[in-house]
Design a protein around this ligand. Structure first.
Ligand SMILES: *[C@@H]1O[C@H](CO)[C@@H](O)[C@H](O)[C@H]1NC(C)=O
Length: 190
């Protein structure tokens, strides 16, 4: 296995190596975006667009609470598609988690206890912080999107039976690119 110390230097010296800044990945990003946009997005009715996005957000949840933390990881990708990100590199992800609910907890008037939420988030992120993701997930390309789902799954275990709603896990891999994963707590595979 690759030494864990070198990637941190690589990131400092060669920030342009980050995925998302390479010409090689640009066409993939474009085609993925156009495939993911539902046709309703182009509807002439703004209200219809609004309704569609509310539906995708898990049934019209009105309140949100957001928490933020960060993790430092090292990893590399396999495949020409990843361009220079095939080299071992480091990333410091800003991790944003949004908790969505339809109504507030009675009398408490909150979405979630912020202190408890931060403790859960820290615990889940602790599994990945300062780790080499190649060693944690030997069979996978540990993209930002992939890690969003993993962190969602960790939070799901913590939140089950305590929280009724959906959450969005958003990872910023740089100041200019993020990925996210949204699902209901208690949904399939959670
Ligand atoms: C990563 O993606 C490449 C390109 O699609 C693929 O060949 C490879 O099996 C994937 N997984 C790993 C662990 O390299």
């Amino acid at each position: 296995m690759v030494a864990v110390n070198s990637p941190w230097l690589t990131l400092l010296v060669l920030p342009a190596m980050m995925r998302g800044f390479t010409e090689a990945t640009a066409p993939a990003l474009v085609s993925r975006t156009s495939a993911a946009v539902p046709s309703a997005h182009f509807s002439s009715s703004p209200m219809k667009n609004f309704a569609t996005s509310m539906h995708l957000r898990g049934g019209g949840e009105r309140y949100s609470l957001g928490l933020r933390d960060s993790i430092m990881i090292a990893h590399s990708f396999t495949g020409k598609e990843f361009g220079p990100a095939q080299n071992m590199h480091g990333a410091t992800y800003t991790v944003d988690v949004e908790f969505h609910v339809e109504s507030l907890a009675p009398r408490l008037n909150w979405v979630l206890d912020i202190g408890e939420g931060m403790t859960m988030l820290k615990k889940v992120l602790g599994e990945y912080n300062f780790k080499n993701l190649n060693e944690l997930f030997p069979g996978e390309n540990t993209t930002t999107e992939f890690m969003c789902k993993k962190i969602f799954e960790g939070l799901c275990v913590e939140l089950k039976g305590k929280f009724k709603g959906s959450i969005t896990v958003k990872l910023w891999e740089s100041h200019s690119a993020w990925a996210s994963y949204t699902n209901d707590i208690g949904a399939d595979g959670c």
